[in-house]
Structures are given as structure tokens and as C-alpha cells.
Design a protein. Structure first.
Length: 482
């Protein structure tokens, strides 16, 4: 059937007008696939949504329960986390745990990027370089954007004053130079009609040339580079070297080394030891949100080379003796980032599982990928055209990108912006909630499904029935423009 509109914004207006009917259809579909009242809201498509954290692996839960009744100095737990990380990456790397991944970004930005505030005279301004990519409201929002056309492009996502804070996240005397990756596109989509990054065709070599030119242009004030640490084409990291490491990341590491500035990688969705290898990538520090797909309690892990980690650990008050006393965990500049005993203990236990039993986690990923492919094949033929599906070892998930359904000027499967997610007008995510399925990240035509919400047993093994039910529900909830 030919849609009764000519322009894509008209399609999104139609979807907004009929949202109630769409949600009703989704609830009916949930009943048809067996999502009963006792199952609703107990299954999900990821452990990576900050508003609903994934479940703990058994070892982490047991360790936290034991620690709750024990006297354990935090410094000893810090050192045990350091030891586990060094056992995997070598003695030239170190680690620190904070309470969230955003806290890890904040401390890295303040310590490694912002100009010094002490001494006489006015502080100079610094500029770090970052890509115009997804999730940039995290690692890009600590500086004032340059060029000025980007100054408010993610203002609704918390980096400026407003709902999310009186002052916002922007650091003092710090700018961020935004580089558009070569091959990327930013068409407007969504009920909340905004640019969405289409990164499926990013060219790594050409993007690195643009980054180099930008670095040379701002060399006198350049203080660092920042990017995501993901490994899939939907995030712009499809071109890889022989080891499977994205060329864009190794190239940015080389540029940072050339300019003698740090390269910070936000790998929030990633998993240590199994996913992106900091040694192969070449960055200075890599950050993880440990409560997403690792089976850990809420915490943020920083892993990096010893030189930058010394400065970071000192700022956190955990780098050994301080003013004649023992390590005072979380009582230095960043006292508010203290993860607490339970998070230290639980994360340590989860890290040991990832280190010693990776086969359990990888088997669960393989099983998830199999189920996604099975259920995708059940879509009608007209809805299967233009999808690209990738398995991500780094994110322990499966990426489904449908941006190509819009190729050749035709109206494809509706794409929702991140602003839709925040505004509650993302029909797929809100529709999944109406179905009794905890949704996953699904904006910008890029859906990532991972384990962790009601589909794993206590040891991290995949449970077939709840997993298949959640994935089946997701494909039933894909809204169409007609």
C-alpha cells in the first residue's frame, strides 16, 4: 500500500497521532506470544539501560552479601582490583573503581584535559577533539563545542543547564572540537524531529585525515582526544585491522601520541578482558560501566597506562600513602565518586568471573545471536530488506541496524531520535514497555540487544524461553510507517 504522505516528517506526525492505537496493537501482540502478568516487566532486551540495571552474577551477589558483615579496608579491595587487571593486561597498566561510568568520565576529563587552575594569571583554555557519534552527550559534553554550530546540538541530553543540573557538565576553560566522520550522515528523523547519526558507512582513513587536520588547526590548545570504544559498523567502527581492532580507534591513538596528548576511550557498554583490548587499541585510558553487561553492581571502572592512572588515582585518593596516612579511598578531590565497599567487592568478583570463566559469557552471547537470527527470519519479507546484523564481543550483544531501509530515497522503517527516547515519544521503546518487555537502546535506527535482564541464570548462562520471548516481542513491536 502506498503511504498517503510525501515527506518523512508527515509519516512521523501520523505515528504520533496514532500512538495510542500502536501501543494497543503491541499489547495485543504481547498476549499472543505469551507475556502474561507474572512475566511482564521481568524480561528485557539488555542489561545496559541505566534506569533498570542488569542482574548480578552469583559470585558478585554472594561476595557482596559476605562483605556486608565483614570489616574490609577499601584500600585492600582497590589493590585486588589492580591485581586482577594487571594479571590480564600486564604490569604497565593500572585500574581504579568509581561509582559510575559518568564519574569515570568526569575525573578523566578534569585530571587529563582541563587546564591547571593554580598559579597567578588567568588560566588558558584547552581543546579536546572528539567525533560526532552516538552517545556523545557523555564523552563530548564536558567542553564547549567548536565550531559554534554545535553549541546546543545535544543540549537536551544534560550537558547544559536545565533539567539535569544547574550548571551542566561543561568543565572550566575547556572546549571540544567536533569532527564529523567521513561517510557519516545526519538526516532528521523521529516524532521529536532531530538529526540522527547514520554511521554505517564511516571511512576510517578519511576520518583520521579530518581529525589530523583539526588537530593541526588547534594544536596550540589541543589537550586530548576522546571517542567511544565500540566495535560495530553501526557505531562507525566497522573497518578493522587483522586483530579485529577498529582502525579508527588505533588511528586516533596514533594521532594522540603524535600530539603528545592523552586519548580517553568511553567503552561504557564494553566488557573488560573479553572485549576491546586496550593494548591493541593504544589509548591511554578506557572506561567501563560495570553494571551494564558484566554482572557487576553499579560502578565505573577505569583501566589505563600507569602514567595517566597515577594522576587519576591520586585525584581519587587511592594511590597509596597520603600525608602520612594510609590510602584514603574517595576522600581526595573526588570524594563524591567513592564506589563504596559493596561495589568494590561485587565488581572484583565479577571481574574474576570474566577473567577465569570467559567461556560462559561467550556461550551466552552465541546463544543470543542465534535466537536473534532465528526471530529475524520470521519477519515479513518486506520488513527484512535493508537490515545489517552484527555480533559484538565487546558489548556482549547483537547490533541490528536498519538505516539502509531508507536508501534510494524511499520511506523505510521509522527511525527515532535520542530526543524521542528522553521525551517518551520513541514508539519502539515505549511500546516494548507497554508489552511488559524492558527495552534496549534503539534510537538512530540502531538496536543493540544484550543479555542481563531476566534471561540469564545466576551463573550467567542464557535461559532460552525468556530470551526468545523478549526478542520475538521486539520484532513484533517494530513500528512501520503504513
Amino acid at each position: 500500500m502506498t503511504p498517503p504522505w510525501k515527506y518523512k516528517y508527515q509519516m512521523y506526525q501520523h505515528l504520533q497521532t496514532h500512538a495510542a492505537e500502536i501501543y494497543a496493537e503491541m499489547r495485543q501482540a504481547a498476549e499472543e506470544i505469551g507475556i502474561t502478568a507474572d512475566i511482564a516487566n521481568q524480561i528485557g532486551l539488555t542489561g545496559a539501560i541505566s534506569g533498570c540495571h542488569g542482574t548480578l552474577v552469583r559470585q558478585a551477589a554472594e561476595a557482596m552479601d559476605r562483605a556486608a558483615h565483614q570489616i574490609i579496608p577499601s584500600a585492600s579491595l582497590d589493590d585486588q582490583i589492580r591485581q586482577v587487571v594487571k594479571e590480564v593486561y600486564g604490569d604497565e597498566y593500572d585500574a581504579a573503581l568509581v561509582n559510575t561510568c559518568e564519574a569515570a568520565l568526569a575525573v578523566c576529563t578534569e585530571v587529563l584535559f582541563t587546564p591547571p587552575q593554580t598559579g597567578r594569571g588567568e588560566p588558558y583554555r584547552g581543546r579536546y577533539l572528539a567525533l560526532y557519534e552516538r552517545f556523545l552527550e557523555h564523552h563530548v559534553s564536558y567542553g564547549r563545542p567548536f565550531p559554534p554550530k554545535y553549541k546546543e546540538f545535544i543540549s537536551e541530553r544534560g550537558e547544559t543547564a536545565g533539567e539535569y543540573g544547574v550548571q551542566g557538565k561543561r568543565a572550566a576553560n575547556l572546549d571540544v572540537v567536533v569532527v564529523r566522520p567521513a561517510g557519516a550522515a545526519y538526516p532528521n528523523h523521529g516524532i521529536k524531529y532531530n538529526p540522527v547519526p547514520d554511521l554505517l558507512h564511516v571511512n576510517a582513513d578519511q576520518t583520521l585525515e579530518l581529525a589530523q587536520k583539526a588537530g593541526e588547526r588547534h594544536a596550540s590548545s589541543l589537550v586530548g582526544f576522546a571517542s567511544l570504544g565500540y566495535d560495530t559498523p553501526g557505531y562507525g567502527y566497522g573497518e578493522k585491522d587483522a586483530s579485529g581492532t577498529p582502525l579508527l580507534q588505533t588511528g586516533l591513538a596514533a594521532l594522540a601520541h603524535r600530539f603528545d596528548v592523552p586519548y580517553v576511550v568511553d567503552n561504557a557498554w564494553g566488557v573488560p578482558f573479553i572485549g576491546a583490548d586496550i593494548r591493541k587499541l593504544g589509548c591511554d585510558v578506557m572506561l567501563y560501566s560495570m553494571d551494564k553487561v558484566t554482572g557487576s553492581p553499579t560502578s565505573g571502572l577505569i583501566i589505563g597506562k600507569e602514567e595517566p592512572m597515577t594522576a587519576l588515582r591520586r585525584a581519587l585518593g587511592i594511590h597509596g600513602t597520603r600525608y602520612g596516612t594510609l590510602s584514603s579511598h574517595g576522600k581526595a578531590v573526588f570524594a563524591s565518586f567513592d564506589p563504596g565497599k559493596e561495589a568494590l567487592v561485587g565488581t572484583l568478583a565479577a571481574l574474576r568471573v570474566l577473567k577465569d570463566q570467559p567461556e560462559i559469557t561467550l556461550k551466552a552471547l552465541d546463544d543470543l545471536h542465534r535466537i536473534v537470527i532465528d526471530e529475524f527470519e520470521c519477519l515479513p519479507d518486506r520488513l527484512r530488506q535493508g537490515w545489517a546484523i552484527y555480533k559484538s564481543t565487546n558489548a556482549l550483544g547483537v547490533e541490528l541496524n536498519y538505516s539502509s531501509t531508507w536508501e534510494y530515497g524511499r520511506l523505510g522503517i521509522p527511525i527515532f531520535s535520542m530526543e524521542d527516547m528522553y521525551a517518551g515519544s520513541h514508539l519502539l521503546q515505549s511500546g516494548l514497555t507497554a508489552m511488559g518487555i524492558m527495552p534496549t537502546v534503539a534510537f538512530d535506527a540502531n538496536i543493540v540487544v544484550s543479555n542481563g535482564l531476566g534471561n540469564l541464570d545466576e551463573d550467567g548462562r542464557l535461559l532460552e524461553n525468556p530470551t526468545r520471548m523478549a526478542v520475538k516481542g521486539m520484532f513484533k513491536a517494530i513500528p512501520v510507517g503504513d
